[in-house]
Structure formats: C-alpha cells, structure tokens
Design a protein around this ligand. Structure first.
Ligand code: ZN
Ligand code: ZN
Ligand code: ZN
Ligand code: ZN
Length: 356
C-alpha cells in the first residue's frame, strides 16, 4: 500500500486548509463545531432513521425506506444546501469517518447543479474511484492531521491504539492508512495551514486524565501516568476546558531541582547537583531506570534522564519509579495524607492528660 497523500495531494491540502480556516483547536474533531464554522452552503446532517421518519411523514403511500450502507450526501441546488445522511447503526468511529468522507465530496466540489448525488453508475468508473480516493484521503487527514500525530507521538513509536483513541478513529484505518500517510508526510515540509493547526492544538493535544488515579497532566509523549504509573490504556484525553486535578508535589527551580530540600529546607544547590549538599537528600526527580541505564540504545526502553515534574512518582515515558518516590521525597499517590503515628499524635493535641 502506498500513501494516499501522494495520489490525492489536493485532497490532503484541502483538508488541512479547512481545519485552519475554521479555527479548529481541539481533537477528536467536533463535527457540529466544524460544520457551523464552515463558510458557504449550509450542511444538514441526519441519521438514516430520522430521515426515513421525516420522509414517511410527508408521503406515506409512495414511501420506500431509503437504505444507506454508511453515508451519502445530497445537494439541493435550489436551496444551495447539502444533506449528509449517515447510518446510525455503524460504530461511532466509522460514522465519524463517513461524515468526514461526505464533507470531502462537498469541499472538493464533487457535487454540483448537474451531479446532485454520487453513485457508482452516475459517473464513469475511473472518475468515481478517483473521487472516492480523494474523499477518503480528505477524511483520514481531516480526522487525524499528520502534523498532530507527529506532535502527539513526540518521538515515540507509531502506536495504533494510542492514536486511534486520541483522534477517535478506527484502529484498522489507523494501522493501514494513517500509518502510510504519516510515513510519507515525514518527507514533506508542513504548509502554513498545518503549522497554524499545530500551534492552536499543541497544548490541548497532550492533556490527559488517568482513570485509575484521577490525575490530570500535560506531558508531551507520555505513555504512563506520572502519579500512579498506570499504562496508556488508562490514559484518556480530557477536553481543553476541563478542570485540572493536580496531585501535590515538590516545587522545583528552573534547573529542575527542589526549591527547598524536603529534609533540611536548604535552598542553596550547586549547578547540576542532584543531591542536597547539606543533608544528602535527593533534590532532582528522575527516572530510576534511565539514570541506572544511561546508555541510550535501541534496547533501552527509556533514556529520559532529564528532570521530571515535582509531583511525578513514575516516569511518564517508561513507567519506572522516579527518584523522588524511591528516595522518599514523595509519598505514594494513594498513601494516607499523614503517617499514622503523627496523625495519632495530632488528634491528641487537646489538653487531655498524657497516659503516663
Ligand atoms: Zn464517497
Ligand atoms: Zn494515574
Ligand atoms: Zn537537605
Ligand atoms: Zn523512564
């Protein structure tokens, strides 16, 4: 299989231009928002069930229910309006692809006054298949722009499950088509529209919520929850406007060292030092695996020895413990708020006499 972008370059460029000029700033793509921002002719969307109910209410005698395998678009030239009808029985990811595909036919101007609907018998075969190929290329790259896949992966391997979850597209389409297009795209120079999409979406693209511990975090290329160590199957995208749940941690200085040593409160650290020069406590949070195996090679699953966030208990790239957790700078995320001994003493702080 070869990349569709090569064959249908115009369809690819059009998909990226549309995302930019409509100001799309969040993925998975929200079709309601996209359709409302698209200029020009109105686009109506209906499920097959609603469409058939509507038609039957208008003309019961002559009514034959319409059947559509996935989706179809009709153009009403008298009203300059498009109507996309989709089969609501299909899985969600497939419906989303179908909507994007039909939008492709509209934006690529496959429909017009003479050709108000597309069907295999309506045009000659080569034209029909070329239009289908173009609409598919448009759809796939609209739903998951390669520049965002690239940013989302941040150097990690092309992971079908992570990408299909993040962009709400089917794993099979991701494996076959997104992978091929992405591989070819890496040889291209991004257009100004693609760069604008990246700029607008970059921050929200890396916002995650962990369903195991409830933490939210924003770390590029993270494969594990930095708080509880859960793997990527527990990590979900959270909307850009959702509330943050930040676990407490150690405040860091610009070099990634603890501002204040958690043990002796010393604030003076030598440049590049990872231990407190007064008491010897760890002051930099690092992946324990990466610093123990600091020879990057292809068998080394983690070479991230850079300072990690002050609340990370686990390395977000490989799931190993961090030095802050291992050395007792941070307590496990699910540990009780205070060690039991101190909690017990605190509760007896009233002036009841000591039992001795
Ligand atoms: Zn089509
Ligand atoms: Zn977690
Ligand atoms: Zn210290
Ligand atoms: Zn690591």
């Amino acid at each position: 299989m070869s990349a569709n972008i090569i064959k249908y370059r115009k369809a690819f460029d059009t998909s990226q231009t549309l995302l930019d000029i409509t100001g799309t700033d969040e993925f998975p793509l929200d079709f309601d928002v996209l359709f409302s921002k698209k200029k020009g002719a109105q686009i109506l969307v209906s499920s097959l069930k609603d469409y058939n109910t509507w038609i039957s209410s208008k003309n019961l005698q002559k009514w034959v229910p319409l059947f559509i395998a996935d989706a179809k678009c009709f153009y009403y030239s008298d009203r300059d309006t498009y109507m996309i009808i989709y089969n609501e029985c299909r899985p969600e990811a497939r419906i989303r692809f179908s909507l994007a595909h039909e939008l492709g036919h509209i934006v690529l101007e496959h429909l017009n006054d003479e050709r108000t609907e597309l069907s295999r018998g309506g045009v000659d075969d080569p034209t029909y298949y070329a239009m289908e190929g173009a609409a598919n290329t448009f759809a796939g790259n609209l739903l998951a722009p390669p520049i965002l896949i690239d940013d989302f992966l941040s150097g990690s391997k092309f992971d079908v499950e992570r990408i299909s979850t993040r962009f709400n597209i089917s794993p099979s389409a991701t494996k076959a088509y997104r992978a091929e297009d992405y591989k070819y795209w890496k040889s291209l120079t991004p257009s100004k529209h693609e760069k604008a999409i990246l700029k607008r979406c970059h921050s929200a693209l890396h916002k995650h919520i962990c369903i195991d511990c409830g933490a939210t975090f924003e770390i590029e290329g993270s494969l594990f929850c930095p708080i509880c160590g859960a793997s990527s199957s527990s990590l979900y995208y959270r909307g850009k406007d959702s509330v943050d749940v930040i676990y407490p941690g150690v405040e860091l200085n610009k070099s990634g060292q603890a501002k204040q040593c958690v043990q002796c409160k010393n604030e003076e650290h030598l440049e590049k030092s990872t231990y407190c020069m007064i008491c010897g406590k760890t002051i930099v949070n690092q992946c324990t695996y990466a610093i123990a195996n600091n020879v990057p090679c292809e068998y080394n699953p983690c070479s991230h020895d850079e300072p990690l966030p002050g609340n990370a208990r686990f390395c977000p790239y490989c799931g190993s413990e961090t030095t802050f957790l291992k050395d007792g700078v941070l307590r496990p995320w699910d540990a009780p708020q205070k060690p039991r001994l101190f909690a017990a003493l605190d509760s007896e702080e009233d002036d009841s006499p000591l039992p001795f």
